[in-house]
Ligand binder design. Structure first.
Ligand code: FA5
Length: 338
C-alpha cells in the first residue's frame, strides 16, 4: 500500500507540474488549480483517501510525502500565476541593443508620399526644389504678385491674417498672414536668383474656405516656375502633360481653360482627363511682365511660365480617396492603406 501511495503521489506531482507549465493563461491555470488542488473534487481528494486507507504506522511517513508533493505543486502554481499576471513585454527578456525584429509599422503620410513622387518626377525635368515661409508678408503674398490693394483676394474673409496685421491699418505693408498660395515662393526665388530659373515649391497653404469633400482650410500646393529667354505656353503644357502622365499613367489628357490670375497673362485653369472624368487640378499661365519687372527681370529679355497645383486633388485621384478630410483625421485605419 505504501508503494502504491508513493507511486500515486509521484504521478500526481508529474502531471500537475506538466499541466501548470503548459497553462498559457490565467484562466487555464485556474482550471489546473481546481483539478489538482481543489478541495472538493480535485485529485488531491483522491490522494487524501489513499492516506486514510494506509496502515496507521505508515501514515506519518506518507503524510510527510503527501505534504511535500502538495507544497511543491502549490509553489509551482503560484510561480506560474505570477508569470502569467505580468504584462507580455515584461516577460520577454528584451535586449534593446539588438536590431528590432518587428516589422516597421510607421509609414509616410499619403500627402508626403505624393509630394516625394512629385519631386522625383519634376526633378527629372530639371526643376530644383525651393522653399518659402508659411507666414508671409503683404509684399510676397500680394504686392509682388501684381495683386492690387482693392483686389478681393486680399479680403480678411479670404485669408488668415494674424492678429498683429488686423490691428494695423488697412493695406499695411508689414501685414502678416498664413500664405494663401505657394506663388509667394516664385517671388522669393526670383528676388534671389538671376534667370534662367526652374524651380518647384511644395508646401502648405491656408484659406478660410468652407470645409467639404474637396476643400480644406489647410491644403498643399506645388508651385512651378520656369523663366528663360524663350519659354512659351507650349513648354508649360508639355511639362504639365509629362508630369500628369508620369504620376497618373498614360491614359491622361491635359486641357487648358481660359482664366484669370493677376500674376499670369494669359492665365488658365489646368484640367486633367483621367478615367473619363475632367478634374480641375490647378491654375497656370505665363508670368505677367509686371511680376518680372517687380523682381528686376526684363520682360523684353525673358519670359516664363508658372503653375500651382493642388496636391490633395492629385493624391485623391490616384488613390481614389473621395473626401479630402480623411487626410487630416489621423485615422490609422485610413492611413495604413497607403
Ligand atoms: C492658385 O492658388 C494660384 N496661385 C495658382 C497659380 C499659380 C496660377 C501660378 C497661375 C500661376 P487656385 O486658387 O485656383 O490658384 O488654387 C490652385 C489649386 O489649389 C486648386 O485648383 C485646387 O486644386 C487647390 N486648392 C485651392 N483651394 C483649396 C482648398 N481650400 N482645399 C484644397 N485644395 C485647394
Amino acid at each position: 500500500m505504501t508503494a502504491d501511495a508513493q507511486a500515486a503521489f509521484a504521478s500526481y506531482k508529474d502531471e500537475a507540474l506538466a499541466a501548470i507549465a503548459s497553462a498559457s493563461s490565467e484562466d487555464a491555470l485556474e482550471l489546473v488549480r481546481v483539478e489538482f488542488l481543489g478541495k472538493k473534487r480535485g485529485r488531491l481528494k483522491e490522494l487524501q483517501s489513499l492516506l486514510g486507507q494506509a496502515d496507521p504506522e505508515q501514515r506519518p511517513l506518507l503524510g510527510k510525502s503527501f505534504n511535500q508533493v502538495q507544497a511543491e505543486v502549490r509553489g509551482a502554481l503560484e510561480e506560474r500565476q505570477g508569470v502569467l499576471a505580468r504584462p507580455v513585454a515584461a516577460v520577454a527578456a528584451i535586449d534593446v541593443t539588438l536590431p528590432g525584429s518587428q516589422p516597421v509599422i510607421g509609414r509616410r503620410h499619403p500627402i508626403t508620399k505624393t509630394m516625394d513622387d512629385f519631386k522625383d518626377i519634376v526633378g527629372r525635368m530639371g526643376f530644383r526644389v525651393a522653399t518659402g515661409p508659411e507666414l508671409e508678408d503683404d509684399h510676397h503674398n500680394f504686392v509682388a504678385l501684381n495683386i492690387p490693394p482693392e483686389h478681393p483676394a486680399r479680403d480678411p474673409l479670404e485669408n488668415f491674417y494674424l492678429a498683429t496685421a488686423l490691428a494695423g491699418s488697412g493695406g499695411d505693408d508689414a501685414a502678416v498672414l498664413m500664405r494663401s498660395q505657394t506663388s509667394t515662393v516664385q517671388i522669393r526665388v526670383m528676388e534671389q536668383t538671376a534667370p534662367p530659373v526652374r524651380i518647384v515649391s511644395l508646401g502648405r497653404c491656408y484659406r478660410p474656405d468652407t470645409i467639404d469633400a474637396t476643400h480644406h482650410c489647410m491644403f498643399h500646393q506645388m508651385e512651378g516656375l520656369m523663366v528663360d529667354t524663350d519659354v512659351t505656353m507650349a513648354d508649360l503644357k508639355t511639362v504639365l502633360k509629362h508630369f500628369a502622365t508620369a504620376f497618373l499613367g498614360d491614359d491622361v489628357s491635359v486641357r487648358f481653360r481660359p482664366s484669370f490670375f493677376p500674376f499670369t497673362e494669359p492665365s488658365v485653369e489646368v484640367d486633367v482627363l483621367w478615367r473619363d472624368r475632367w478634374l480641375e487640378l490647378g491654375g497656370a499661365g505665363m508670368v505677367d511682365p509686371n511680376v518680372l519687372r517687380h523682381v528686376g527681370f526684363d520682360p523684353e529679355e525673358v519670359t516664363g511660365f508658372a503653375f500651382g497645383l493642388g496636391i490633395e486633388r492629385f493624391c485623391m485621384m490616384r488613390y481614389q480617396v473621395t473626401d479630402i478630410r480623411r487626410f487630416f483625421e489621423n485615422d490609422v485605419r485610413f492611413l495604413s492603406q497607403f
